[in-house]
Design a binder for this molecule. Structure first.
Ligand SMILES: O=C(O)CCC(=O)C(=O)O
Length: 211
């Protein structure tokens, strides 16, 4: 059952996966995902995205000037895609998996409005692990107009003109000590998989050896 927010630009289904199943999936995703730390340069200084990220599906995805070559769907991710497709009533061909290792990781204000997602994209997001805040603000505004807590097993759908009218963010929450994984399913058009920008990223084992 969805709660509809912001004139139906956001729909949230709380507990769309039962707690035990969500915990099982969190453990499997943590263990089996070949996590990538994304390195880039800002003003000539080496930087790293404050989260780990991996792409799956049938289309390359580009952001921050980098092209990410997707891995093929795994049986588990294809199963979750089917769940997201049924809930969002659309088909998805791409997935971004993000690992927020703890509350120091996050994602800053942005909209998912790159050319590949097309006009008014439907994006379905599944959350696992630690509860984190998800903020939404109108473009051009300083303050959020919506603050949600996303829990393990919650499914959120962004739709309509949300990516043109609003931005979203997962803020740092240093008091959160546990990891969170988020899956966002998208429908991309345009170029099929392209060569990876291997130099931009490095694969890390997480937790790293010795932790
Ligand atoms: O982790 C989340 O809930 C949001 C991820 C996100 O902002 C995105 O993939 O664009």
């Amino acid at each position: 059952m969805f709660t509809s927010l912001l004139d139906d630009r956001i729909r949230v289904a709380r507990g769309s996966l039962a707690p035990a199943r969500a915990a099982e999936l969190m453990a499997a995703l943590l263990r089996d995902t070949p996590w990538l730390a994304v390195r880039y340069e800002n003003d000539g200084r080496p930087r790293e995205l404050p989260r780990l990220t991996v792409n799956y599906g049938e289309r390359s995805y580009d952001y921050s000037g980098l092209v990410f070559t997707p891995l093929p769907w795994t049986p588990l991710l294809a199963e979750l895609r089917a769940l997201a497709e049924a809930a969002a009533e659309t088909r998805f061909n791409a997935l971004i998996v993000q690992l927020y290792r703890d509350g120091e990781d996050g994602v800053n204000w942005h909209a998912d409005d790159s050319l590949g997602v097309g006009r008014d994209p439907i994006i379905a997001s599944l959350s696992f692990g630690a509860t984190r805040k998800f903020l939404v603000r109108p473009k051009g505004a300083a303050e959020p107009c919506l603050t949600l807590e996303l829990h393990a097993g919650d499914l959120l759908v962004m739709r309509g003109d949300l990516q043109h009218s609003h931005q979203h963010k997962v803020p740092r929450e240093p008091e959160v000590k546990a990891p969170r994984i988020n899956l966002t399913f998208r429908t991309l058009s345009g170029p099929a998989p392209q060569p990876a920008v291997a130099h931009a990223s490095r694969v890390v084992r997480w937790p790293e050896d010795g932790e």
